[in-house]
Design a binder for this molecule. Sequence first.
Ligand SMILES: [Zn+2]
Length: 188
Amino acid sequence: MDRAVVLERSRAQLPLLKVNPGALVEVVVAPVGPAWFTTHWLGRRQVLCAGDEGACLACGSYPPRVVGFVLACAVVAGKRRVFLLEVSPSSWSRFEMGLCWESVADGQWVRANLTRPRLRAPLRIEVVCGGTSPLDGYEPSERTLVNAVAVLYGLPLMTCTESLQDWESGVQPMLEELVSRALAKVEA
Ligand SMILES: [Zn+2]
């Protein structure tokens, strides 16, 4: 990887926000996403599904699981920053109901409280109210979100001229390769 690519990837990288059982994490959720992906657990690793139609070698033996990613701002260790937050379809649909109840307009940032009833249980995202970006002038795009996920899973970044569909078809052969490598490891 050349230096420019390494730099761009380190700029796109975001830490995953952890929510442990018993903790309450106050966040402000950005109005982009979720970006949804199908994954498989292979041993202790989560890999992205390489798609149906026989392209994904894991699909037959490992149940698919849908995960979503959003961007959320939180204060951790005294510092306010942006995190990648993993959500499940059920926790996200409850969050969306909360948006209706609280009459939060589309396109707003949303103050919310995150809790997890127990380990590995879906996240609870309780809507507090709508708001604005907590980081001065920071308004992430879909590409900000997709690229943070791309770094997480070791995929190339989406360029500014690509659409999400272009990016998805571009990374397809790589997904197949990553799945077969992960399968080889787990079945060795
Ligand atoms: Zn699959």
